[in-house]
Design a protein around this ligand. Sequence first.
Ligand code: FAD
Length: 394
Amino acid sequence: MGFAFNDVQRALIHNVRSFVRNEIVPLELELDPDESELRPSVLDGLRVKTKQMGLYNLDAPEEFGGPGLDTVTRTLLAMEMSQHRAGLYSACYGAFGQPDMAQLYEATDEQKERYLHPVLRGEKSSFFALTEPAGGSDPARSIQTRAKQDGDDWIINGTKVFISGADSADFGLVFARTGDRESGREGITCFIVDADTPGFTVRRVIHTLRSGHYPTELVFEDVRVPGSAVLGEVGQGFAMASERLTKNRIPYAAGCIGVAMAAHRLAIEYAGIRSVFGQKLADHEGIQWMLVENEIDIRSAALVTLDAAERADSGEPFRTEVALAKIVATESSGRVVDRAIQIHGGYGVTKDLPLERWYRELRIRRIGEGTTETQKMIVSRDLLRGRYAGLMDR
Ligand SMILES: Cc1cc2nc3c(=O)[nH]c(=O)nc-3n(C[C@H](O)[C@H](O)[C@H](O)COP(=O)(O)OP(=O)(O)OC[C@H]3O[C@@H](n4cnc5c(N)ncnc54)[C@H](O)[C@@H]3O)c2cc1C
């Protein structure tokens, strides 16, 4: 493990950092503190700039018009892109394109034409519907949404809960059981469902700690889709979802670390200007120790996350490393923002600063994309099976 950045990475980090500071942060001064969207005309202007930088659709492989970056580089950029007020849930408001389209790169040509390319052009958006009311930690067992074959078509019935973005999306990836009750993970299939398909409804928006962009509850009542709506192969949906979730946990962790870095910077600056008891905050040992603890949390999380990214690039198994990164990054960034609030005193909890927003949003990150407990389960399974090659054994 060694993280001396190469010249390309350094230049990209510099470009993205300048973009965030010069283009995004000034825009946010005009926005409501909880706003997560920009006017389409403003977003279009930003996208013209990221296209000129060669960084539009940052996550896409070269054959789909992306820059074809490796995971380590994309992780570094994800840390930069989240360092603004809305950064955790709306990295640069989508100016760098739509992330998380990994499954659609494996789609049929017809599906790519209809769904992937419009998403890459910024014309369509999607949702990912795995979680159900019976539980999200163990989806293989808890999925009760069923899809039954009827001639060439499939008919889907069921309920999904906590699905992000479904109230505004054009289509969704919906996971349903196509095998019998005992079929477990082999009996789950992924379907692409257009949002205007009869029988599909958004039952309610679920208000959470997070500002704007709330998740939703979805109902599928005799939703008929053609055979061509199956993404991948029948019975392979769970493997596809697991792969997507594992990969996605790396940028998810990186976003948290970026926010922690931004909060830490605010705390250091404030400690240097605010005086209490006749001394700068920074001169009080109690404050110094909080700053050092923040530094420890950030560096540890960044190294563990970059290790997971490097492992993903190496082609070796990386599930355990990703689970560790998800735990360390989400837990430690929450602590960093909490300390940054404390250092700011009363101002820390006002909407004059982004800290209170990050505090609320980071709390969700210990639950979304696999809870801390389920990630610990992944790591412990490998440890106890003797399969885990620790850091010193690589
Ligand atoms: C804001 C938000 C957005 C979301 N967006 C999406 C989305 O777009 N698509 C989607 O499919 N899902 C989404 N989710 C769902 C999310 O993935 C689930 O909430 C999460 O996986 C946990 O599932 P659950 O809420 O059903 O908790 P449960 O599975 O019921 O777990 C309850 C508690 O038990 C703990 N637990 C579980 N297993 C174990 C164990 N073996 N040992 C010890 N403790 C355990 C959990 O960690 C948790 O603390 C979203 C959730 C939120 C809050």
